[in-house]
Design a protein around this ligand. Structure first.
Ligand SMILES: NC(=O)c1ccc[n+]([C@@H]2O[C@H](COP(=O)([O-])OP(=O)(O)OC[C@H]3O[C@@H](n4cnc5c(N)ncnc54)[C@H](O)[C@@H]3O)[C@@H](O)[C@H]2O)c1
Length: 330
């Protein structure tokens, strides 16, 4: 899973990664270590954070257990460690949880992001990439969102991420914070917490339980393999222009029902496991990203097709059932 890299391709000396014990953040940390960056991880270790994701790079990063909302502590870490660059992943990320209780989303994703931005500014970091999401644009029935599409979020999760995205623009314009915005589509791959669609399908199918699918499974998402996403975030951090936003998509659109059927097929399980359940309130129908900007300006494009990525993902979960069980019991 680790990518090739060496010290010569390094743009900065040190990178502070918030949310580095999470799904995408941990892949970014593994790649950063491989590229020989000095890596500092700041993570609160919520239910979604787990240092086991970083066991392959143990001893090769510094860890600070901290809530990004604790601005004094975050400022102290920045002041003491003086990172050159920052990748800000830490967030509450599950839409269904945001519908049940939006408060932690507003705290971490908005107030926490402001604390990270103000600490980065005070410490004079050279570059910071803020990880936003395609969900800030709302849904699109036809066509694709460009970076100039209006911001029109529909869930408490995406509203909190939209606020953070706008805060990034405000910090660039008002204080000249060298912040670049990354807007990835739906990620999948090893180590994703088993509350998101793909690991939920795999977990239930492994136990021969029903696989819940919202409504008729017609909603469309653009599936991006996590290693490709982390590579795109490096391209944005190293080469992106401050004040700019970059979409990160794969062009691999699938209806949810197609995703479920592909996973069941790879696992040799019956489609009879599928159970249609009441739709999520306010469920966005489709997201789709135009990635002309990152392709043309930064030379990045996704390498992993959905067929290949989903096979690798299923095989990984099959081989890591202990982690799956541990995550659910934590
Ligand atoms: N997963 C996706 O499909 C996807 C798509 C687009 C954008 N994103 C964005 O990418 C980022 C990473 O997503 P992910 O799927 O890896 O998330 P995740 O839920 O797997 O990990 C989030 C990490 O942040 C940490 N964290 C949460 N609250 C914190 C706080 N208050 N202080 C410090 N650490 C805290 C958690 O402990 C965890 O390690 C998020 O900003 C998310 O909005 C994710």
């Amino acid at each position: 899973m680790l990518q090739r890299g060496n010290a010569l391709s390094r743009k900065f000396k040190s990178i502070l990664v918030t949310g580095g014990a999470g799904f995408i953040g941990s892949e970014f940390v593994r790649q950063a270590v491989k590229k020989r960056y000095e890596v500092l991880v700041v993570d609160k270790l919520t239910y979604a954070g787990d240092l086991e994701r970083l066991k392959s790079v143990e001893g090769k990063y510094k860890f600070f257990k901290s809530d990004i909302c604790n601005e004094k502590k975050i400022r102290d870490i920045f002041k003491r460690e003086k990172p050159d660059a920052v990748a800000h992943f830490a967030a509450e990320t599950h839409v269904d949880r945001s519908i049940t209780d939006a408060t932690p989303f507003m705290k971490t994703n908005v107030i926490g992001t402001q604390s990270v931005f103000s600490s980065a500014l005070a410490a004079g970091v050279k570059k910071i990439v803020h990880i936003s999401t395609d969900e800030i644009y709302g849904e699109i029935r036809k066509g694709k969102f460009t970076e100039n599409s209006p911001i029109a979020p529909n869930s408490p999760y995406s509203a909190s991420k939209a606020a953070a995205d706008m805060l990034a623009k405000a910090y660039f314009r008002t204080y000249a914070l060298p912040v670049v915005i990354a807007r990835p589509s739906n990620n999948y791959g090893p180590w994703q917490f088993p509350e998101k669609l793909i690991p939920v399908i795999i977990k239930n199918a492994l136990e021969n339980r029903k696989v819940p699918v919202y409504a008729k499974g017609e909603n469309v998402r653009e599936w991006l393999y996590v290693c490709d996403c982390a590579e795109a975030i490096f391209a944005i951090l190293e080469k992106g222009d401050p004040g700019q936003a970059y979409n990160i998509g794969s062009g691999q659109e699938r209806k949810n029902i197609e995703v479920v059927k592909s996973v069941l097929k790879i696992m040799g399980k019956s489609e009879k496991l599928i159970e249609f359940v009441k739709d999520r309130p306010g469920h966005d129908f489709r997201y789709s990203l135009n990635i002309g900007k990152i392709k043309k300006r930064l030379g990045w494009k996704a390498k992993t097709g959905f067929g290949e990525g989903i096979k690798r993902t299923v095989r990984w979960y099959e081989a890591n059932r202990r982690w799956l069980r541990k995550s659910l019991n934590a």
